[in-house]
Design a protein around this ligand. Structure first.
Ligand SMILES: [Zn+2]
Ligand SMILES: [Zn+2]
Length: 255
């Protein structure tokens, strides 16, 4: 499995920095975890739309804004007979007005499916499972397992869901974990987002091989997130747009 990082920033995109998006390719199977503002610009069209399954972890703008770009591109490439099958879009079932907005888009070439805590899917040989997180809207962490390697994406979550996220991430090769906050901001421990230190605690207790931090505040110095997480977990990196990680090499992320 190869991960290409499309976006690491929130709540808005700036030049060179997009809102969350993670593109995973395993053979001919393509999986996109979230498609936040600007993230689609790092995809290759139309080839990355072929055999593509998109998973939207939750319906906050910074995680789904670019779905409309994908739907319309899929529509146009299909009309040009350059795309053979519709893209598959998986999303939570609430908030219903946003679900209806996405699934009601007529100029699209897509299939739609709801996800929940019990959903178990297979895309090619990749097993995909979900775990509900604590966040102001229905939100799922997502785990991909191809029998040899595994990636877990935390989505957005409060530290109150840490025990579930630790169990769900156990022994994963790579944990892509949000670290929206720094301890120095002085927020209470239980917030709707994690600090970098809390991400480190989750990685350590889940015994993952590598921790990849994401969901950074646009004005913040990225090194601060890495330093804070490193105080509890050694093998950590801050993700960057355009970065490619070959998952079997996660034992030393900062090469
Ligand atoms: Zn969110
Ligand atoms: Zn977010």
């Amino acid at each position: 499995m190869k991960l290409k990082v499309l976006g690491t920033q929130s709540p808005y995109n700036t030049e060179g920095h997009n809102c969350p998006g993670f593109f995973i390719q395993d053979g001919n199977n393509r999986i996109l975890l979230d498609c936040g503002s600007g993230s689609h610009s790092l995809l290759s069209y139309p080839c990355d739309l072929e055999n593509l399954s998109v998973f939207i972890s939750h319906l906050h703008r910074d995680h789904y804004n670019d779905i409309f770009n994908l739907q319309y591109s899929s529509f146009v490439f299909h009309n040009q007979k350059r795309l053979q099958r519709p893209i598959d879009i998986y999303l939570p079932s609430t908030p219903s007005d946003i679900v209806n907005d996405i699934t009601g888009e007529s100029n699209s070439y897509a299939n739609y499916y709801n996800i929940n805590d019990e959903s178990r899917l297979k895309v090619g040989n990749i097993e995909i499972s979900f775990c509900k997180m604590d966040h102001p809207v229905e939100t799922y962490a997502i785990r991909l397992d191809n029998g040899e390697r595994s990636i877990v994406y935390s989505s957005d979550t409060s530290f109150s869901a840490k025990d579930r996220l630790i169990d769900f991430s156990r022994e994963a090769d790579l944990l892509i974990c949000e670290s929206s906050l720094l301890t120095e901001y002085g927020f209470p421990e239980i917030n709707s987002h994690l600090t970098a230190k809390q991400a480190g605690i989750i990685a350590k207790q889940a015994n993952v091989k590598g921790l990849a931090l994401t969901h950074f505040w646009p004005e913040e110095d990225i090194h601060k997130y890495v330093d804070e997480a490193k105080s509890v977990f050694i093998n950590v990196v801050a993700l960057k747009e355009g970065q490619v990680i070959d998952v079997p090499t996660v034992d030393r992320l900062e090469r």
